[in-house]
Design a protein around this ligand. Structure first.
Ligand code: CTP
Length: 357
């Protein structure tokens, strides 16, 4: 994809500039035009979508869809909620200074390749520091506290001293009238990094209080180890499912994982048979949740015994002259119980055993 610019008003901004400086791959490319992007950038290719309220336009440039944004300034009339656009076509400086951290407030000229740095972002990238652009940043948008954790884990950066103090101040005085959809998005992105450091810091620094004021103690477990052992693909819920998530607007499937976990907490798991019956068919997320937030041992035991299966079937029982009834389930359970004690049992041995019942 090739974009040429003669105006000098087209800039790469945000994550893509930061990631290039860090030598990392970037997943999306944000481009702003200092002025009205809809008027200026629609000529780069076929226009896919226009959003006049935000001054953005999506254009298909040689087969690649690119979002062009107009420079815009924003204000937060209601702290913790989405900002409103103040002015479309403001200066580049105003546009970058409304952002979250200095390292995300860098721009790069498409025409000259020159980096534009209004906030000391280059120095902070070199020093590995996350620094907010003004003292009210977390009050305007508390999701930035979770974003700081995400970036810090992703890049190995630390919070600059004043930013850390502002985080502590905010966490001591949280506004629960906020947009939890955005909080949820950041929680998902942070914990899908599957990082023990993020787990420890989320609870130890009290960041979890953004989601629920109920005090919670972090379990002393290694979560990535459990996630790997159980085989969870998308692990964010394993990291936060021990706390009250009612503010996060969970999907039905997410809620089911939590409900199943609650049920398991009240299920006896005193021997192999009880463990097998309780965990059989349970989603990996629920298993891992149990291991992290309730008890690790029964889950580890389940992973050792889960592949033990009985060989006899309903047809076998029928050919032994046993009529189909709910007795079948009792027989299968009795044989399974025996097989868990003696996993090498052959099918003949299973049949011999069931005839003793
Ligand atoms: N931004 C912000 N405050 C937020 C979210 C985003 O100021 N709560 C700004 C940042 O400047 C960020 C840009 O909007 O760079 C784009 O947001 P997003 O795509 O979430 O951030 P990226 O930095 O691109 O992160 P990622 O690499 O995870 O895509």
């Amino acid at each position: 994809m090739r974009i040429t610019d003669e105006t000098g008003k087209l800039f790469y901004v945000g994550g893509v500039v930061r990631d290039e400086l860090l030598g990392r791959e970037s997943f999306d490319v944000d481009i702003v035009f200092e002025g009205n992007a809809i008027e200026h950038c629609s000529k780069f290719g076929e226009v896919v979508r226009v959003n006049p309220d935000f001054g953005t336009v999506r254009v298909n440039v040689e087969g690649v869809e690119i979002d062009f944004a107009s420079t815009r300034s924003e204000t937060y009339p209601r702290a913790g909620h989405l900002p409103v656009v103040d002015k479309i076509g403001c200066s580049l400086k105003e546009d970058v200074l409304r952002r979250d951290f200095t390292v995300n407030a860098l721009a790069k000229s498409v025409k000259t390749g020159e980096i534009v740095d209004y906030s000391g972002g280059l120095n902070d990238i070199r020093a590995g520091l996350l620094r907010v652009l003004h003292d009210g940043s977390f009050i305007d948008d508390p999701t930035r506290i979770i974003r700081a954790l995400k970036f810090s884990v992703r890049f190995g950066f630390v919070l600059e001293e004043n930013t850390r103090r502002l985080q502590e101040e905010y966490l001591a005085n949280i506004n629960y009238d906020t947009c939890y959809k955005r909080i949820k998005k950041e929680i998902m992105e942070t914990f899908n990094l599957n990082s023990q450091e993020a787990f420890e810091r989320f609870y130890d620094e009290g960041i979890y209080k953004l989601v629920s004021p109920v005090a919670i103690e972090r379990p002393e477990v290694n979560v990535p180890e459990i996630v790997a052992a159980v085989g969870v693909q998308v692990p964010w819920m394993v990291y936060v499912g021990g706390m009250d998530l009612s503010r996060l607007e969970l999907t039905k499937q997410e809620q089911r994982v939590l409900n199943d976990f609650e049920t398991l907490k009240n299920t006896p798991l005193d021997d192999d048979f009880e463990i097998y019956k309780a965990f059989d068919g349970t989603a990996p997320e629920t298993l891992a949740l149990y291991a992290v937030w309730a008890e690790r041992r029964p889950v580890e035991r389940y992973l050792q015994i889960k592949d033990i299966k009985i060989s006899i079937t309903g047809d076998d029982l029928l050919s032994l002259g046993i009529k189909p009834s709910k007795q079948y389930a009792e027989i299968f359970d009795a044989v399974l119980k025996e097989k868990l004690k003696n996993p090498l049992m052959s099918k003949d041995e299973e049949v011999r055993f069931l005839l003793t019942l």
